[in-house]
Design a protein. Structure first.
Length: 193
């Protein structure tokens, strides 16, 4: 591919089966987007506490080539994700909507070895191995899963801690006033001897 060559741009289909087989080895760039419902993403669906109308993720993807000194141009994939998933709040144990908006960039490489050798310092571009049957749908689902909070919670002040999270409040106050002495059992054993 020479520097002055204009590459065709192909529209990505939003069809799930087409997203599972994108040819990132072809000398062309891609542009597309769509909406994925929670049931379309089975691993993500396992994380959902419930699914409401409108839950899911809008995605958009664009690829382009950039010159690389001393080698073939590199293909860059820009992936944008925006949507909502309901999870269980770990503070109140009630349903909690989680809104996500993420932008990611990847550089396409030819082999796993090149991906492993890619400089770690480059935190803006993550290497992924391009193939003729690249599963873009799995990449979208992976990136959503990686973006989910480890401990989902309502915003501060929007909910109250569930009693079972910290035990009964009265028991907790009594425990602070009179801590149980662990040596009482030994003291009682000595008296009985």
């Amino acid at each position: 591919m020479n520097r002055n060559q204009v590459l065709p741009q192909v529209e990505l289909s939003a069809d799930l089966s087409a997203l599972r087989r994108v040819d990132f080895c072809a000398p062309q760039s891609y542009l597309g987007g769509g909406f994925l419902k929670i049931p379309d993403l089975p691993r993500l669906a396992q994380e959902a506490s419930k699914v409401e109308a409108g839950d899911g993720f809008e995605w958009n993807a664009k690829t382009y080539f950039v010159d690389s000194p001393g080698s073939e141009p590199h293909q860059i994939l820009q992936l944008g994700l925006k949507g909502r998933l309901h999870m269980i709040c770990q503070r109140c144990l009630q349903d909690c909507p989680v809104d996500l908006s993420e932008e990611r960039q990847f550089v396409m490489v030819a082999t796993e070895a090149l991906a492993d050798a890619y400089p770690i310092e480059d935190d803006e571009l993550e290497p992924i191995v391009a193939s003729q049957h690249f599963d873009l749908l799995s990449l979208i689902e992976d990136e959503i899963l990686l973006s989910l909070p480890l401990i989902p919670k309502h915003p501060e002040g929007a909910c109250q801690a569930h009693a079972s999270s910290f035990g009964d409040a009265k028991t907790g106050a009594d425990a602070l006033e009179k801590p149980e002495n662990p040596f009482n059992i030994l003291k009682n054993m000595k008296k009985s001897s």
